[in-house]
Design a protein around this ligand. Sequence first.
Ligand code: MG
Length: 254
Amino acid sequence: MKRVFINLLFVLIGTTIAWGQCRVIAHRGYWDTPGAAENSRASLQNALRLNVYGSEIDIWLTTDGHLMVNHDEDYKGVVLQQATYEECKELTLSNGEKMPQLQDLLQMMKETESKTKLIIEIKRHKTKRQNEEAARVTLKAVDEYGVADKVEYISFSLDACLELIKCNPKARVAYLSGNRTPAQLFVERLTGIDYSLKAIDKNPHWIDEAHGLHMDVNVWIVDKVEDMRRLKAAGVDFLTTNKPLEAIEVCKAH
Ligand code: MG
């Protein structure tokens, strides 16, 4: 009886570890469905319904302090970081939605009961001043909506990352560029690395180095099931993917 109990305990622990090891972040939301588009309200709604760990979005700061949600710097001829809100507000996504502002998605986060977090990527703007300003404006908006515990941050701009941490030492912030070691980022108080598959394949020892420093390891963009499986086996914490359904299956598998 005792042995059965112990075996059961090991199975439970094993299950917990396996589930804890690998979680899914939908890249630009779960957009690959009818009626959705990348970085749209619909793709966030889809991700919230899936209850994945996170739904990633990209944001740009306009010249008059608005945060537009879009991946490309130049959308239909409008360079978002050089435009005013007036010039951006009528831009239409491929699913017919108007381009959201960050606030539109924060409102959804405020209303939802889903556990899914919003992973906000502050795009790398042209100047240090813009990157730092984008970080401050983003934090202010998140605070205004009272959703700080439902949000994490990522950026290719180290200036944006450092400003986020300076203004909110509790924020979870991961760096995207792949050109610094976990130890270098730990010293700067970042909480994770969020690196490309190529960067991680080149430096697989960074996974253990990050974990040794209690930092998260997120890898992008992981769309092939074989890559998902080997990263899970390597102990990666998060898979950022355009294929969240496939990643959910891989993460669930024992
Ligand atoms: Mg992004």
